[in-house]
Structure formats: C-alpha cells, structure tokens
Design a protein around this ligand. Structure first.
Ligand SMILES: C[S@@+](CC[C@H](N)C(=O)[O-])C[C@H]1O[C@@H](n2cnc3c(N)ncnc32)[C@H](O)[C@@H]1O
Length: 322
C-alpha cells in the first residue's frame, strides 16, 4: 500500500471516527433505540441547529449506522445489537471501530451527488450548491428590508458559484451590474447559462461571469465586493488579501460566512472538521475574526447580522468606509 493511500485512509477514518464519536457523545443510538423517528422527533431531544443535525444523520445513514425510510430514521435492524447498550453484543464501548471502503465510497457518492443543484421552488430560484442554496432567499430578505443599504451600482462577487446572489440582486434592482468570479470553469459556465434565463428573464447584459483572478482585476468601477461562503474555502491568508485588495477601490464589502460560535453543539465540531479536512487551506472562522479582518483592511463601519434561516451559524458581515 502506497504512502499516499495510507495518509488518505487515515484522514477518512479519522473523519468518520469523529462522526461516530459525536453520535456516541450525544447518545444518539439510545435516543433512536428501536423506533422510527423523524428529524423533528430527534431534534425534539436536542434542539440543535436543524440542517446541521440533518446532515449529520444523513452522514450516519451513508455509513450504515442509520437508515432513512421515507422521512424517518432508524437503526438498521441487523445492527441494533451492536449499537444499543442493552444488547450483549454492544460494541460502541470499544475503541478502534473499523470502517469498510464500501462505507466510504457510499459517503463520497452521497456528497458528490449533493453538489451543484439548482432548484426552482415555484417562486424563486434557490441558490447553487446544496450547502448554500437555502441562503439566497434569506439574503434577499435582508436586502429588501434595507439591512445592507443601497444595492444600486456595480458589484463583484468573488467565488460566485453559479451566480445566484448576483442574479437575485439584478432581478430585484434594475440599476445593478454584477461581475461574478469563480476559479471553477464549470460553475462559471453554468452561471452564464443561468444569467440568460433567470426565472424567464435575460440578465446577461448586466451580470457577467468570469474565471479571472480577483487579485488581478482592475476594480476601479466597482462599489461593492461580496464573498459568500468563500472564506472558509480559501482560508485566512487569502481572505486577508482579498479584503486588502477590496479596500483599494470598493466602498463596501459583504461577507457571508458560517461562524463556529453559531453552532454551540457537538455537531459544530463535525462541520469544522469536514471543512478543514476536505480543503487544503479551509477553516471555519469565528465571528470576531471576520470582523477584525474587515477592520484591519480599512473598512471602519462594520455590522454583523444573523441570516434569517433556521441555520443558526450563518452571518452576514457588512464593512463600509465612513
Ligand atoms: C462554497 S462555494 C460558494 C458559492 C457561492 N458564493 C454561494 O454562496 O453559493 C465557494 C466557491 O468559491 C470558489 N473559489 C474557491 N477559491 C476561489 C478563488 N481563489 N477565487 C475565486 N473563486 C474561488 C469555488 O470554486 C466555489 O465555487
């Protein structure tokens, strides 16, 4: 077995051992027991961040520790004797649980298939990746309530994904122009397609998408730079460079991020771990860290607000020059 494979195996097993340890720590298998329970039933016991709990339960399903039948979770009948404390065969008390490659590839497949989904819910386009699609409409509700100020003008959206935020803004405000940047060619192509038919409207004359590097952009004509769910991907140093560059020309920066503090439950650990382990420079930020970065880059008026979703950990930080 090559060294690379050993290292990757260790990473995957460590990740899964945290998933399982979290389940044991919160006594999940005892809570589910021999029952079939919905997400709401289970969360009734914990009152955690619901989407995060759902992702956690689905990960346990993908690894065979739970199964989901319609909308109910249960422990697979054949596995109950290993997972429930009342059984003589109970195994969770032992250290060194092993995971098979089948479990891992199933998890990978599940994660892959959840990427880059675009949905129309009948009223509005939902955003782009599965992880962030539920955040565009709450973001727009803050915009519509005037919480982030004037939206007219020209915006750059760095790490735009499939462009949903810019397109939602352009559809709402006609005096709006956007440039969406993303290093991933496929998502830029898809963003361009979306701009030609955004809920029946062609917005491609006002919203442009490109794979150009933000650090090389001549920003003179842009008022606002937005980073939605990007800092945790690029890490601290790049986030810092991005903000310094924004400060050279923009009047305002807008950052949407998942903040560690918002979770306040064991599953936060999982999210943090997931990010850090799957992305070379990725990390989860504290709310105060984002505010300090924004301040140090030269934006003096800073406000952080909670994004109105049932995810407790998502915040929008707006930094302006006085
Ligand atoms: C988690 S996605 C967020 C997409 C979108 N902003 C949203 O909130 O739905 C992060 C995006 O950042 C892009 N990205 C990563 N590093 C980047 C960089 N240095 N410059 C521009 N985009 C980058 C990735 O390709 C990915 O599409």
């Amino acid at each position: 077995m090559g060294v690379e494979k050993i290292i990757l195996d260790m990473r995957d097993k460590r990740l899964l051992s945290y998933v399982l340890k979290t389940a044991v720590d919160i006594d999940l298998f005892e809570v589910v027991g021999n029952d079939n329970l919905t997400l709401e039933d289970i969360n009734g016991r914990y009152n955690y961040d619901k989407p995060m709990l759902e992702a956690f339960l689905d990960t346990l399903c993908a690894t065979g520790f739970l199964e989901k039948v319609e909308s109910e979770y249960r422990i697979p009948t054949n596995e109950r004797r290993f997972l429930l404390k009342s059984s003589e065969d109970y195994k969770l008390g032992v250290v060194g649980v092993t995971f098979t490659y089948d479990h891992l590839s199933e998890l990978e497949k599940r994660l892959e298939s959840s990427e880059n989904i675009i949905e129309h819910d009948g009223n509005e386009w939902q955003a782009v990746t599965n992880a962030t699609k539920r955040f565009v409409n709450p973001f727009m509700s803050l915009v519509k309530d005037g919480k982030i100020g004037n939206i007219k003008g020209a915006w750059i959206d760095v790490g735009t994904g499939q462009g949903s935020y810019l397109l939602a803004l352009a559809a709402y405000e006609t005096d709006f122009k956007g440039l969406g940047l993303d290093t991933c060619y496929e998502v830029v192509q898809s963003a361009r397609e979306n701009s030609k038919d955004y809920v029946g409207e062609d917005l491609s004359d006002r919203v442009r998408f490109s794979t150009e590097d933000f650090m090389q952009i001549d920003g003179i004509d842009y008022d606002t730079v937005m980073f939605n769910n990007v800092f945790h991907v690029v890490g601290y140093d790049v986030a810092n460079n991005f903000l310094m560059k924004s400060q050279e020309f923009a009047e305002r920066v807008i950052i949407q991020e998942i903040h560690k503090k918002g979770y306040e439950n064991p599953i936060a650990f999982l999210a943090d771990l997931n990010f850090r382990m799957s992305l070379p420079n990725g990390r989860v930020f504290w709310k105060d860290e984002i505010e300090s970065l924004v301040k140090e880059s030269g934006f003096t008026k800073i406000e952080t607000m909670h994004l109105p979703t049932d995810s407790k950990g998502i915040y929008l930080t707006v930094g302006c020059k006085e």
